[in-house]
Design a protein around this ligand. Structure first.
Ligand code: FPP
Ligand code: MG
Length: 318
């Protein structure tokens, strides 16, 4: 035995060496599987069929079309990290997926990206027509806020209100809507700068990922400082997420992605790879993930899920 190995004194004082129980490495695959199942069940229950069936059917079609459920899982993980429970954050986790889904329904419309496939299925407007798809998106957006307000339990009204305000800001012109407007305006513009591209990604993608983590932490009872710190983690993974999305659009296939590949080139969209090249874009994504993980250091092992989720974002293939 070397002096570095731990030794536990036994009752007989003989000092039999006993290693402390090994800490199992964090199993992200099992964690994602379990959380995805929780979220699927919760989403299905959150939005039952009702009259008028056409719009409820359209809302459920896109909401329950699978997907990684990364946003709700981030929300639950942040809530638990700061000492809250899954139950406190579950309605907001569902609301975040409703908002994400509605943004994709609208993003795929003929007036925006005009896409035929999403999550391996026909897009909402291809199945239900454009008017119903617009309304299904609107219905999901409104219901997301109603659901947080009415279904959240075990959290003070003040914290629920703060979570609702975070969601509103992330969705509106200061967030997703603003990012999408600049994205559409810069399509086909060869002079789009890296600064504009970063604005687009931070608003169109990172704003909602940030809201996932900051609502989760807020509902779990975190201090303002911790909410802000976790927000920085989320902004960095959000930007990295979109850089990887840009890379996959070039390097992957429609089958693997479940949505049309090669669209950015067709639409002459400025992307990280088009401005920086593939290798530098990958480096940038890795640097951002390191920056994100640096924000988690003070939480130690408790932050293993958020840390592993950050790594998963750069390693993902779809
Ligand atoms: C996908 O980007 C689209 C988004 C991340 C969000 C788009 C936002 C809107 C349509 C605004 C929604 C309105 C409200 C009120 C929230 P992409 O086209 O780069 O990626 P894709 O390849 O997955 O389509
Ligand atoms: Mg699109």
């Amino acid at each position: 035995m070397t002096s570095l190995e731990p030794m536990t004194r036994t009752a007989d004082g003989l000092g039999t060496a006993e290693l402390p129980p090994a800490i199992a490495p964090f199993d992200l695959k099992a964690y994602l599987k379990e959380r995805q199942a929780t979220v699927e069940t919760a989403l299905d229950r959150a939005l039952p069929m009702a009259y008028p069936e056409t719009v409820y059917d359209a809302m459920r079609y896109s909401l329950l079309a699978g997907g990684k459920r990364l946003r709700p899982i981030l929300c639950l993980a942040a809530c638990e990290l700061v000492g809250g429970t899954q139950a406190q954050a579950l309605p907001t986790a569902c609301a975040l997926e409703m908002i994400h889904t509605m943004s994709l329904i609208h993003d795929d419309l003929p007036s925006m990206d005009n896409d035929d496939y999403r999550r391996g299925k026909l897009t909402n407007h291809k199945v239900y027509g454009e008017s119903v798809a617009i309304l299904a998106g609107d219905g999901l957006l409104a219901y997301a806020f109603e659901y947080v307000a009415t279904a959240t339990e075990g959290v003070s009204a003040d914290r629920v209100l703060r979570a609702i305000a975070i969601l509103g800001k992330a969705v509106g012109a200061a967030g997703l809507v603003g990012g999408q407007v600049v994205d559409l305006a810069s399509e086909g513009n060869p002079d789009t700068t890296l600064e504009t591209l970063e604005y687009i990604h931070l608003h169109k993608t990172a704003a909602l990922l940030e809201a996932c983590v900051t609502t989760g932490a807020t509902l779990g009872g975190a201090s303002d400082r911790v909410v802000e710190q976790l927000g920085q983690y989320a902004r960095a993974i959000g930007l990295a997420f979109q850089i990887i999305d840009d890379i996959l659009d070039i390097t992957s296939t429609t089958e693997v992605l479940g949505k049309s590949a090669g669209k950015d080139l067709d639409a002459q969209k400025a992307t990280y790879p088009s401005l920086l090249g593939l290798e530098e874009s990958r480096d940038r994504a890795r640097q951002l993930i390191d920056q994100a993980k640096a924000q988690l250091e003070e939480f130690g092992d408790a932050a293993a899920p958020l840390s592993a989720l950050a790594d998963y974002i750069v390693a993902r293939q779809h």
